[in-house]
Design a protein around this ligand. Structure first.
Ligand SMILES: C[S@@+](CC[C@H](N)C(=O)[O-])C[C@H]1O[C@@H](n2cnc3c(N)ncnc32)[C@H](O)[C@@H]1O
Length: 242
């Protein structure tokens, strides 16, 4: 596999999906919070859903269980992640027409480009190029459609420390550099693409060192993961500006 991002995620489905089923802890707090906030921010959307990097599909599944979406197109560049999403959604979702597409989101061209909600969660750290991605996502939106974008922000000092401390290790582990964004970067990219941010949620880990302070609450954690500092993440929900 030539794409280092796809190659990295190809090894991950078993580990990745556990983040959504285990009891909340410092290590999986962000994943479970992401799912909760995605459901909250998607509350006003109905119709056709596009998840442009669905991973193992837990968030897509939670949204489709609302019954508000008649159709869902599930895209991912990693065959193994997409296969895991396919197994989950085919077993759990019965009232939505499902389509699974293995594709790089940057080259993905749907036959019907009018999605009411486009999910872009946990993707931009791995691909960057927001200036290309956002206009592409916008081109697939229905007139009143929304894009939900999630990223970790560098505005907080904790985020900048994590970036500085982990950059080399992450590059060696993944084979590619993680992209980081500030709230200003996101706002500028939306503006450049003709998108307006209509709603935003930010969250951070309430007790950053909770795993260390109360390890008996997190029995499955390794000592290393108890040392993690979680930077604040942000959800942006953007829709076409008028
Ligand atoms: C961190 S996971 C996020 C999964 C899910 N959206 C979530 O929030 O839990 C990132 C996913 O993006 C996929 N991905 C990475 N680059 C991609 C690309 N260029 N096009 C489509 N999917 C991509 C990976 O294979 C992986 O499944």
């Amino acid at each position: 596999m030539n794409d280092p991002v796809a190659a990295y995620f190809e090894r991950l489905p078993q580990i990745y999906k556990c983040q959504f089923v285990q009891r909340a802890s410092g290590a999986n707090f962000c994943f479970q919070k992401r799912l909760t906030l995605a459901c909250e921010l998607a509350g006003a959307s109905v119709g056709r859903l596009l998840d442009c990097a669905a991973g193992t599909g837990e968030i897509t599944c939670a949204l489709l269980k609302s019954g508000r979406f008649s159709h869902a197109t599930v895209v991912d560049i990693s065959p193994a992640m997409l296969q895991s999403a396919n197994e989950l959604l085919s077993a759990q979702i019965t009232n939505t027409e499902l389509e699974f597409v293995r594709s790089d989101v940057f080259t993905f061209k749907p036959s019907d480009s009018s999605f009411d909600l486009i999910l872009c969660l946990g993707l931009i750290a791995h691909v960057g190029r927001l200036d290309i991605l956002l206009p592409h996502l916008k081109s697939m939106l229905a007139p009143a459609g929304r894009i939900m974008l999630q990223t970790t922000l560098t505005d907080h000092i904790g985020g900048r420390i994590v970036r500085a401390v982990t950059a080399q290790r992450e590059l060696a582990r993944r084979g590619y550099r993680i992209s980081w964004f500030s709230q200003r970067d996101i706002a500028d990219a939306c503006h450049g693409a003709g998108l307006r941010i209509v709603e935003m949620r930010r969250h951070s880990l309430g007790i950053p060192f909770g795993d260390r302070l109360w390890p008996w609450q997190h029995p499955h954690q390794t000592p290393q993961s108890r040392l993690l500092i979680k930077p604040p993440a942000a959800f942006c929900c953007a829709r076409l500006s008028r």
